[in-house]
Design a protein around this ligand. Structure first.
Ligand SMILES: [Zn+2]
Length: 298
């Protein structure tokens, strides 16, 4: 990438609210579900930080949350941020058949259409899980990009269709599609280090530890990866706590102090990346991602 920013910082906020505890965690405990309500309480302070930093961000929101907090979703839209599709009720796509997964995607679109009149062009799977049908369905719905997979770090790639996975046979690579993947990683997600979940996730890490990790990945990308994307995944109900907001503001200031960085939406970055990396040329330049079939005899 020759033109454009040296590093694009895409601040991602997955506004799950109650849906995370209902869908992913399967909880019906009102007190556990109320953790999600704090996400709604934290949205104004996050919008304030973004405004002070002149940053445009991407908010991925399940349809369930769009219906629960229509006024907040309108505020996010009106502040110029991107709205991304994040499932219906933070369900795991693997727990549904093809038609069930399709219906969840439809319900997410319906919520955005009814409440804010927006059709998201990007998808982030709840908890980053895919089923074997997900790529087919994302193409069927005409998504422009996904941001749930982890096959790269600071450069996007085109997602494949038709990989064959077996514990006994060599890996069979499918064909790259026109769907851009903006990769994520648990190391740049606030939930594992910070959110305490009984028996599964100790959380409650000191923000200075996470600041060192998050800064390190930005600094490395800035030094070594021109035209890259630095994508953070945060949750208002997690990052919105005071000590973590202070850390995020320090990090945003650190990034902003570097010439040639921009805070933009994932969609804006994808537009530039796709124009600079047309599929056929990208395939020729990236055989490790793009050569189909079984690559060596087993
Ligand atoms: Zn989520």
């Amino acid at each position: 990438m020759t033109n454009g920013p040296r590093v694009s910082a895409c601040l991602g906020f997955d506004f799950d609210a109650q849906s995370l505890w209902i869908g992913s965690m399967g909880s019906n405990s009102p007190s556990m579900i109320s953790r999600g309500e704090f996400g709604a309480a934290a949205i104004p302070r996050i919008l304030g930080l973004l405004e002070r930093s002149d940053a445009r961000a991407t908010f991925c929101i399940p349809g369930h949350t769009v219906y629960a907090y229509p006024d907040l979703v309108r505020r996010i839209r009106d502040a110029g941020h991107e709205l991304g599709h994040h499932g219906w009720v933070h369900e795991n796509p693997q727990k549904f058949d093809r038609d069930g997964e399709r219906r969840n995607l439809e319900r997410g679109f319906e919520a955005f259409d009814k409440v804010v009149g927006v059709r998201p062009r990007g998808y982030r799977s709840p908890a980053w899980d895919f089923s074997e049908n997900t790529v087919d369905l994302l193409l069927e719905f005409g998504f422009d990009y996904d941001s749930s997979c982890m096959g790269s770090d600071v450069y996007p790639y085109y997602l494949r269709q038709g990989d064959k996975v077996s514990p006994t046979e060599p890996y069979v690579f499918g064909e790259p599609t026109n769907l851009v993947e903006v990769p994520v990683t648990w190391g740049l997600d606030d939930f594992p280090p910070f959110e305490f979940v009984w028996g599964t996730n100790p959380g409650l890490t000191s923000p200075s530890d996470i600041e060192e990790i998050w800064r390190g990945d930005f600094d490395y990308a800035y030094e070594h990866s021109p035209g890259s994307v630095y994508a953070l995944t945060m949750h208002p109900q997690v990052i919105g706590r005071g000590h973590r907001m202070l850390m995020l503001e320090r990090l945003v200031n650190h990034i902003g102090d570097h010439d040639g960085t921009v805070f933009e939406t994932i969609g804006a970055y994808v537009d530039r990346w796709r124009a600079d990396n047309p599929l056929d040329r990208w395939k020729a330049e990236h055989p490790a991602y793009a050569t189909p079939g079984t690559r060596a005899a087993g």
